[in-house]
Design a protein. Sequence first.
Length: 183
Amino acid sequence: MAEKMAGLKGDKVRLVPPDKHAHLENSIRWLNDPEVTQYLLMTIGVTRGMEEEWFDRVQKRDVEVVWAILDDQDRHIGFTGIHRINWKLRMGGTGTVIGEKSAWRKGFGSDAMRVRTKFAFETLGLHRLESEARIDNVGSQRALEKSGYRREGVARKKMFWGGQWYDAVLYGMLDEDYFGGRS
Ligand SMILES: CC(C)(COP(=O)(O)OP(=O)(O)OC[C@H]1O[C@@H](n2cnc3c(N)ncnc32)[C@H](O)[C@@H]1OP(=O)(O)O)[C@@H](O)C(=O)NCCC(=O)NCCS
């Protein structure tokens, strides 16, 4: 049984560090569900060994901050994170998976992004966040825009899935967008 952690609180979600005991089984289930992974690059599924290794690794890496997302009932519904942080340029790439399908389109994804953004700019002191979504992943694009990211361009035929190339929409948010938008 995992201890209750304060984590980072949003309007609807709480972000807590990923815990192998509390969150591993869900991550294996979600990342082997083609409906959840259809827009992600990781389309061949994951093994228990791969996921265990991921949980061990992310805690130790100083270029990555990953959280498990809990809903307002403390139910584990997904993961979000800042990846490949470049501390010289003060930038990182972001990603979110709401794996619990019953939790889709209830505002949890965009709230998790807002909490992550606050941490990135106010606590880590980053300058730029960036993310990308497959062109037909409307949910991801709407959630990014709703949480303050700006659409910056389209990378042609960047993602391959089901025998087909897809364009990727690039999104970014700067510290000045974040702090300017709050005043
Ligand atoms: C994409 C994802 C993170 C969005 O999270 P979510 O909690 O479902 O999104 P929210 O409820 O915060 O919705 C934000 C906005 O997007 C809209 N939206 C969400 N999913 C949508 C969909 N499938 N189609 C159209 N609009 C959608 C919502 O209606 C909302 O807009 P509104 O406030 O104007 O109504 C989540 O669906 C998910 O993890 N999907 C699977 C993995 C994935 O694709 N991750 C992103 C990879 S880039």
